[in-house]
Design a protein around this ligand. Structure first.
Ligand code: NAD
Length: 424
C-alpha cells in the first residue's frame, strides 16, 4: 500500500482489504490464477429479511446475512454478529478471513460469517430471542453439523447460540443437535476452556515467539490495551510464564505501574468498579502513552486500527501479539516490520477461540465431554505447531508474519481445491 488515503480506503472497506491481501499473497506464492479467482469470492452469500414482532406490537423487518467463503477443507465455520454497522461486504471479508484462520491452525474447517443489522443494546431479551430464532429459521437450510457451524461474535453470546441450537434442532427432526453451533452454555454441550481460549492462545503464541527471539519471559514486561475477555486471560497467561504486566487500559483510561500489576487483583478491581482506572498504586497515562510504553510484549486486545502510520514508529516493543482483530493498519505493519518488531498476527494470535470451537464440535459429534486440562493441552499442541509453521514461512519468503500466515493458509486451501478438482 502506498498512500495513507489508500490505507484509509482499505481499512474502511474490509472486503477490498481482504482481496488486496489475497492478491499480494497470490503474487508471493505464485498462486494458480484460476484458484485465485475461486478464492476471491465467497461460494454463497445469503441475504435474509427478518420480520419480528417487537414488544410494543409493531413489526420491524431486519436484514441478516450468512456468507460461506470456502469449504474445500471442511464445513464453513464462523461467528454471527449483531451490530448496526453490519454490511454484506463486512461479512464477506470476515468469512474469507475465517477460511484462512481455520487453515493456519490446520483444523478441518472452512470459513463462514453471519450478521444481522440491528442494535441489540436497545432490544429486550424477548425481542433478541424472536430475532435470533427468525434468523436461525431463515438460514436453517444452509447451516448444519456437516455443512456450516456458526458461533458467537460481536454482541452475541451463549444465550443466542442456545436459541439457535434449539430452533435448528426443533426444525430438523426435533432431536438435540448441539453440533450445529458452538459457543453454547456448558449445560447443553459447550466446551470447558472456551471462555479462556482466546487469551490462552495468545499466551501460547507469545511463549513461542519469545523462544525464537531468545527472550526470557522472567525478564519480560507486558502492556495490554483492553482489559476484557481476551486481554485478561492473555495477561494472566503471560504472567504465569514469569512476565510482568506494567500497563493496561480499558474504555475509561490507561494505567501504568513499572513494578508490575497482580493480574488477579486487577481483575477483582475491574469487576467491582467496571474499570481499571483508579487502581491503587498506579499512574494514569493516555492511550497513546500506553501504546508507546517501552515493553517486551504489546498486546492490543480492544479494537481495530489502533497501531497506525502515525504511532507505529514510536512503538517500543519486541513482540506485538494481536489478541484483537485488525489492530494494525497495513501501513503500520510495514513500519513495524522495518523496525524488526515481530507481529504475531490476529489470525494466528487469537485463533485459540476457533480452535476450541472446533473441539466443542468434536465433543458434540461424539457425545462426549473433555476435561479442561485435555482441552488446554490440545490447544497448546495446535497453536505451537501453527506458530512454528508460520515462523518458518516468514523466514522462507522473507516477509512479515501476517503475509506468511495468509500464504500458509492459501497454500493449504489451494491444495485442497486442486486435489478435489472442480465438479460439476
Ligand atoms: P471485551 O468486550 O470482553 O473486551 C474489550 C475490552 O477493550 C474492554 O475491557 C473495553 O473496555 C476495552 N476497550 C474498548 N475500547 C477501548 C479503547 N479505545 N481503549 C482501550 N480499551 C478499550 O471483548 P473481547 O472478547 O475481549 O474482544 C477483544 C478483541 O479481541 C476484539 O477485537 C475481538 O474481535 C477479539 N477477539 C476476541 C475473541 C474472544 O474469544 N473473546 C476471539 C477472537 C478475537
Amino acid at each position: 500500500m502506498s498512500s495513507s488515503s489508500n490505507d484509509k480506503k482499505l481499512t474502511d472497506n474490509p472486503y477490498q482489504m481482504a482481496l488486496k491481501q489475497l492478491e499480494e499473497t497470490a503474487k508471493l506464492i505464485g498462486l494458480d490464477p484460476g484458484i485465485h479467482k475461486i478464492l476471491s469470492k465467497p461460494k454463497r452469500v445469503l441475504t435474509v429479511s427478518l420480520p419480528v414482532k417487537m414488544d410494543n406490537g409493531d413489526i420491524e423487518v431486519f436484514t441478516g446475512f450468512r456468507s460461506q467463503h470456502n469449504n474445500a477443507r471442511g464445513p464453513y465455520k464462523g461467528g454471527i454478529r449483531y451490530h448496526p454497522q453490519v454490511s454484506i461486504e463486512e461479512v464477506m471479508a470476515l468469512s474469507m478471513w475465517m477460511t484462512w484462520k481455520s487453515a493456519i491452525v490446520d483444523i478441518p474447517l472452512g470459513g463462514g460469517k453471519g450478521g444481522i443489522i440491528c442494535d441489540p443494546k436497545v432490544m429486550s431479551k424477548l425481542e433478541r430471542e424472536r430475532l435470533t430464532r427468525r434468523y436461525a429459521h431463515a438460514i436453517s437450510d444452509i447451516i448444519g453439523p456437516y455443512t456450516d457451524i456458526p458461533a458467537p461474535d460481536v454482541y452475541t453470546g451463549s444465550e443466542e447460540m442456545a436459541w439457535i441450537m434449539d430452533t435448528y434442532s426443533t426444525l430438523k427432526g426435533n432431536y438435540v443437535q448441539p453440533e450445529v453451533i458452538t459457543g453454547k452454555p456448558i449445560s447443553i454441550g459447550g466446551s470447558l476452556g472456551r471462555t479462556e481460549a482466546t487469551g490462552r492462545g495468545v499466551g501460547f503464541t507469545v511463549r513461542e515467539a519469545a523462544k525464537k527471539l531468545n527472550i526470557q519471559m522472567n525478564d519480560a514486561t507486558v502492556v495490554v490495551q483492553g482489559f476484557g475477555n481476551a486481554g485478561q486471560f492473555a495477561a494472566q497467561l503471560v504472567q504465569d510464564q514469569g512476565a510482568k504486566m506494567i500497563a493496561v487500559s480499558d474504555t475509561q483510561g490507561a494505567i501504568l505501574n513499572k513494578k508490575g500489576f497482580q493480574i488477579n487483583e486487577l481483575i477483582r478491581y475491574k469487576n467491582e468498579n467496571n474499570t481499571v482506572k483508579g487502581f491503587p498504586g498506579a499512574t494514569e497515562i493516555s492511550n497513546e502513552e500506553l501504546l508507546t510504553t517501552e515493553c517486551t510484549v504489546l498486546i492490543p486486545a480492544a479494537l481495530e486500527n489502533q497501531i497506525t502510520k502515525n504511532n507505529a514508529s514510536k512503538i517500543n516493543t519486541k513482540i506485538v501479539a494481536e489478541a484483537a482483530n485488525g489492530p494494525t493498519t497495513p501501513e503500520a505493519d510495514d513500519i513495524l516490520y522495518q523496525n524488526k518488531i515481530l507481529v504475531i498476527p490476529d489470525v494466528l494470535a487469537n485463533s485459540g477461540g476457533v480452535t476450541v470451537s472446533y473441539f466443542e464440535w468434536l465433543q458434540n459429534l461424539r457425545r462426549e465431554y473433555w476435561t479442561e486440562n485435555y482441552v488446554n493441552e490440545r490447544l497448546d499442541n495446535i497453536l505451537t505447531k501453527a506458530f512454528g509453521e508460520v515462523y518458518d514461512m516468514h523466514l522462507q519468503y522473507n516477509t512479515n508474519m501476517r503475509t506468511a500466515s495468509i500464504a500458509l493458509a492459501v497454500n493449504r486451501v489451494a491444495e485442497a481445491i486442486k486435489i478435489r478438482g472442480i465438479w460439476p
